[in-house]
Write a protein that binds this ligand. Structure first.
Ligand code: ADP
Ligand code: MG
Length: 256
């Protein structure tokens, strides 16, 4: 009897990556269901960003499987090809076009946009305008389409960049520390935005801010020295002996 093959949106198995003798990713296994919102935490240097680099093809693993959907081998594809498959990534610092309007920023990211010049100087179609309005609504920037992106607050720029990813209608969204540098209110709004996107998209969020993690997380993966230390709900990982040891540098039993 064969076990039915469970289909993951993303699967990494036995992944290793060494930089100049330093093992950044070590026998890593990571599985994600379609539509899941997964949060990754872990101390600095744990390999969180490298994991995203490997998924997006920016870094190639030395060994191991990285598969997207039923059986697409991401290790064989370029960064560009992986992006075209529907994997979008948001880096920590916002990189919006500050001299263009909010509307233009989203327009430039729309699927099928034929280059910057064509996108900006040809007439936009009603379908494009409809889609841009939809994106601006989702990211809480409705009515701000005419603003220069450079005039937005830090939080608004981060949302715009998420909107630029959404314009490409990604299946999988990778978001690295979205709440960094945000006010508490912006952080909370970002959480609501991500919660609203889950289900329609599969999302991986790297985050440090535990209040934010608690707001958004259903399943948390703790990364340590390049592999998964623990996975579970926020409460489960916060009460895990191994996690406490890694974060606080001591064992529970040291107390007595
Ligand atoms: P995290 O995001 O969890 O803080 P990173 O994935 O950025 O950790 O880094 C993990 C380790 O790998 C760090 O020690 C870092 O210096 C190293 N590293 C990451 N990328 C590179 C690279 N391109 N070249 C050399 N070392 C790297
Ligand atoms: Mg990082």
């Amino acid at each position: 009897m064969t076990t039915p093959h469970k289909s993951f949106v993303l699967m990494l198995e036995g992944v290793n990556k060494t930089f100049d003798g330093f093992k950044a990713i070590s026998d890593l296994n990571f599985y994600m269901d379609e539509g899941e919102l997964r949060t990754i935490i872990g101390p600095n240097g744990a390999g969180k960003s490298t994991l995203m680099d490997i998924i997006t093809g920016r870094t190639k693993p030395d060994t191991g499987k990285v598969e997207f959907g039923r059986d697409t081998d991401l290790t064989a594809l370029s960064e560009h090809e992986i992006n075209r498959l529907g994997i979008g990534r948001k880096f920590q610092t916002p990189s919006v076009y500050i001299h263009h309007t909010v509307f233009e920023n989203v327009l430039l990211s729309l699927k099928g946009s034929r280059g910057v010049f064509a996108a900006l100087f040809s007439r936009t179609t009603p379908a494009q305008r409809g889609r841009i309005d939809e994106v601006l609504n989702t990211i809480g920037l409705a009515g701000k389409g005419g603003r220069l992106a450079g005039s937005l607050s830090h939080g608004q720029k981060q949302w715009l960049e998420i909107g630029m990813l959404l314009a490409q209608d990604p299946k999988l969204l990778l978001v690295d520390e979205p709440a960094a540098g945000m006010t508490d209110e912006e952080t909370h709004k970002t959480g609501e935005l991500l919660l609203g996107l889950a289900g329609r998209h599969s999302i991986v969020v790297i985050e440090h801010d535990m209040a934010f993690v608690r707001q958004i997380a259903s399943k948390v993966t703790v990364l340590h020295q390049g592999s998964v230390l623990c996975e579970g709900t926020v409460d489960e990982v916060q009460n895990s002996e191994q996690v406490i040891e890694v974060y606080l540098g001591r064992k529970k039993k040291d107390k007595h």
